[in-house]
Design a protein around this ligand. Structure first.
Ligand SMILES: Cc1ncc(COP(=O)(O)O)c(C=O)c1O
Length: 453
């Protein structure tokens, strides 16, 4: 613990005090009011203290001025946006986090709805070019979206148009070169490459820039990304990388609350206004229409040039201000670059402690162990992972239930991670609120749990 405390002294800067950290008492673990060790920001980020006031301000506006708050917010003097423009102050906060121009991002819907919406625009299978490349073991929602988009296009057996890439036998993550080779081999038939920025299960951070530009060598291939586990976790350069489209949720590293409002990116190359061309067909609604004409109720759809033109409905005000509260903290921390620096320090410290555990099975360590864990996440270089490390639990002598027992012990001792049955626990120190002491406490509890097996 000494070294962890030293590191906390050396790198004191976090915004921990700006977050509500659950306690043993609040989580029903004991009557102790000390904070738990929350390493689950990859699943649900903690609540910024400012969120409650932001939401209350909107409840007050609703309560006091009702419909008129759409055009004039009662707290406009305090920087609150009228509800018709509630999402607009978010764009300058969000664009730098994903490396986009402000007109390339929109705050809307939720992740899967946005993915479906983007696929409607960007997946245009033809007789020659119809295949979709994504990961075997991608988040199932993405699989369902791809599958049903194919069905919408009349493809009776979508599996036949899927190319699902996976790690080589005996390996835990996908080699970039294997992705590039697969693109090259399928260059004439691929319509879409759509991977996740950071893989939810393994924690692998894909080389988004390299994969995108490689695929773009072959005209006709579009590249989209599911950034659920990447946004707010690693710095992104979506515009400069030439990514065609991307979508994300905001309840993980962006701390916008459960089921929070999602986001999307559409590269400006696809939305530049060109009077000679029709705007891209899309799932449309009045909120994507020219804002100056929106309330004229005309039967003419003239989409706002840029990502805002992909919005369909007026956004949930409460969800939107919750996101704004959290993004203001990213700005207060001097942006995603600084967040990432602290993130690497925390995660690399966690890796060091895990690798020093007597239960860590190094690929070269010989001998049978009654119980052990390995790290699935690639950690050879910083560029291969984000905050999360995924731990795989097993036994050389056929012992079962190792992961559930370890997970239960961690939980009972106030270490909150998340389990992916049957064998994996994911731990993710979130740089805005986690400390080196949190990391130490978690790994120490993990070792204790395994001592008890
Ligand atoms: C990688 C990934 N994709 C998609 C989803 C689905 O998100 P939503 O329920 O917001 O559509 C999740 C949810 O955790 C996810 O982790």
């Amino acid at each position: 613990m000494e070294k962890a405390l030293e590191l906390d002294g050396e790198y004191p800067e976090s915004l921990r005090d700006e977050f509500n950290i659950p306690t043993f008492n609040s989580m029903g673990l004991s009557s102790d009011d000390k904070p738990v060790t929350y390493l689950c920001g990859n699943s649900l980020g903690l609540m910024p203290k400012s969120t409650r006031d932001s939401i209350n301000a909107e409840l007050d506006a609703w309560s006091n001025c009702a419909v008129e708050s759409h055009f004039k917010h009662p707290e406009e003097a305090k920087g609150k946006a009228p509800w018709v423009n509630i999402d607009l102050p978010i764009l300058p906060l969000l664009a730098p986090i994903v490396g986009a121009h402000e007109n390339e991002v929109a705050v809307m819907n939720s992740l899967t709805a946005n993915l479906n919406s983007l696929l409607i625009t960007f997946y245009k299978p033809t007789e020659k070019r119809f295949k979709i490349l994504f990961e075997k073991g991608s988040f199932p929602s993405d699989y369902y979206a791809f599958y049903n988009q194919c069905k919408i296009h009349g493809i009776s057996e979508p599996e036949n148009v899927f190319i699902q890439i996976e790690p080589r036998a005996g390996e835990t993550y996908i080699r970039t070169q294997d992705i590039l080779d697969t693109i090259e081999v399928n260059q004439d038939e691929l319509a879409l490459v759509c991977l996740s920025g950071v893989q939810y299960y393994t924690g692998q951070y894909f080389d988004i820039g390299r994969i995108t530009s490689f695929a773009h060598q072959f005209p006709g291939i579009l590249v989209g990304w599911d950034l659920a586990h990447a946004v707010g976790n690693v710095p992104l350069q979506l515009h400069d990388w030439g990514v065609d489209f991307a979508c994300w949720c905001s309840y993980k590293y962006l701390n916008a609350g459960p089921g929070g409002i999602g986001g999307l990116f559409v590269h400006s190359k696809h939305t530049k206004s060109d009077p000679t061309k029709e705007a891209l067909p899309r799932l449309a609604g009045w909120w994507g229409n020219d804002a100056t004409k929106r309330f004229q109720m005309l039967e003419v759809f003239e989409p706002i040039p840029g990502a805002l033109g992909f919005r369909q409905s007026n956004p949930s005000v409460i969800d939107t201000v919750a996101l704004r509260s959290s993004l203001e903290l990213f700005a207060k921390f001097n942006g995603i670059g600084e967040v990432r620096k602290r993130s690497l320090l925390l995660t690399n410290y966690m890796k060091e402690l895990l690798e020093a555990s007597k239960y860590y099975k190094h690929p070269l360590r010989m001998g049978k162990l009654p119980c052990f864990f390995t790290i699935l996440t690639p950690t050879g270089t910083d560029e291969e992972h984000g905050a999360q490390l995924s731990l795989y639990f097993d036994s050389d002598i056929g012992k079962e239930d190792i992961m559930p027992n370890v997970f239960q012990y961690l939980h009972d001792h106030g270490v909150i991670g998340d389990a992916r049955r049957p064998n994996v626990i994911r731990l993710a120190p979130a740089p805005l609120y986690n400390t080196f002491s949190d990391v130490y406490t978690a790994v120490n509890a993990l070792n204790e749990a395994m001592d008890k097996l």
